[in-house]
Design a protein around this ligand. Structure first.
Ligand SMILES: Cc1cc2nc3c(=O)[nH]c(=O)nc-3n(C[C@H](O)[C@H](O)[C@H](O)COP(=O)(O)O)c2cc1C
Length: 292
């Protein structure tokens, strides 16, 4: 089979999962292409996303699409990419597998909303995978949630998901069932809350990340690590070059700045929300849906 994988991964954990998917596909004698659109301004901004995406994607018999979970939702750039996918046709199969990595707290409606967006484009989600990963906001907290995940345990689940998806695609082809109903696994109250509060609503008041000029040593690491191209170097200083709403609060700038020059208000808020890394965790940590 010819399988494409698309991934967005600000802190690298979803990319790790995508690489396990690719390795697993290749080990089973399939052809696989991985498109990582993190830091890809041509696939994040402007009016030509669909055109650029279509040029890079080529044809596929099966599509995996993955991203991180932010505030109970899949990070919204992933939904934007789904909206820009080519419509299914002879070159592009309608069979898709959404996957998310999350910090173990709640995966909520992420797979559900990915499948809804896929369905709107004419794709069927033949299964979905949620994968426990290090909680990227807890790096500096007294407890790092799921440090170093995804690891061996998650690899087993991912490989099982790949085998299952290949079997469905080979045996059932376009007649395979859209399994979106199986993604409504979170408690009804939680699903209702996250449906009412978008990622933007949760994060809106914290999107004022900025550079503390007096601390900045102009190393430009923030420019290199930002997944959505917020920073630029101009007139010998770091500037915020895009509207603040484009910041996704991933905290890569904060964690990688060697000079403590990034003001990131969400780190402190999340520390409170996540009980300094001691928040309760979802069970099962990782799973394939439907579960049977
Ligand atoms: C702004 C932000 C919000 C997050 N919200 C959640 C959440 O609601 N629930 C959860 O379990 N993990 C949450 N996480 C953790 C990420 O989903 C997890 O670390 C994921 O693996 C990151 O993927 P990446 O390394 O590919 O960027 C959040 C992380 C960030 C940066």
């Amino acid at each position: 089979m010819n399988v494409s994988i698309i991934v967005f991964s600000p802190s690298g954990h979803t990319l790790k999962a995508a690489e396990i998917i690719r390795e697993s596909l290749v080990n089973k004698d399939n052809k696989s292409r991985l498109l990582n659109f993190t830091k890809r301004t041509d696939l994040l901004y402007g009016d030509s996303i669909a055109e650029n995406l279509s040029k890079e994607l080529g044809s596929y018999d099966l599509l995996f699409i993955g991203g991180p979970l932010y505030a109970g939702h899949v990070e919204h750039n992933v939904l934007k990419i789904i909206e820009s996918l080519p419509l299914p046709d002879k070159e592009h199969s309608c069979l898709a597998v959404p996957f998310v990595t999350y910090g173990g707290v709640h995966s909520s409606i992420a797979l559900e909303e990915m499948s809804r967006h896929l369905r709107n484009k004419g794709y069927k989600s033949i299964l979905g995978i949620k994968i426990a990963a290090e909680h990227s906001l807890t790096k500096t907290y007294s407890k790092v949630i799921y440090k170093n995940k995804p690891g061996d345990e998650e690899k087993v689940i991912i490989e099982k998901g790949v085998s299952k998806a290949l079997l469905i695609a080979e045996k059932q082809g376009n007649k395979a069932k859209d399994q979106y109903k199986a993604f409504k696994y979170a408690p009804a109250k939680e699903r209702a809350m996250f449906r009412a509060f978008s990622q933007e609503k949760f994060h809106k008041d914290f999107k004022n990340v900025s550079v503390i000029e007096d601390n900045c040593i102009r190393c430009q690491k923030c420019i290199k690590v930002c997944p959505v191209d917020m920073f630029a170097f101009e007139d010998e200083k770091i500037i915020m070059q895009r509207d603040k709403d484009n910041c996704i609060l991933c905290a890569e700038c904060f964690h990688n700045c060697p000079a403590g020059a990034i003001f990131h208000p969400y780190i402190a808020k999340a520390k409170e929300r996540l009980k300094d890394g001691n928040a309760g965790l979802e069970s099962p940590a990782s799973a394939i849906y439907p579960e049977t």
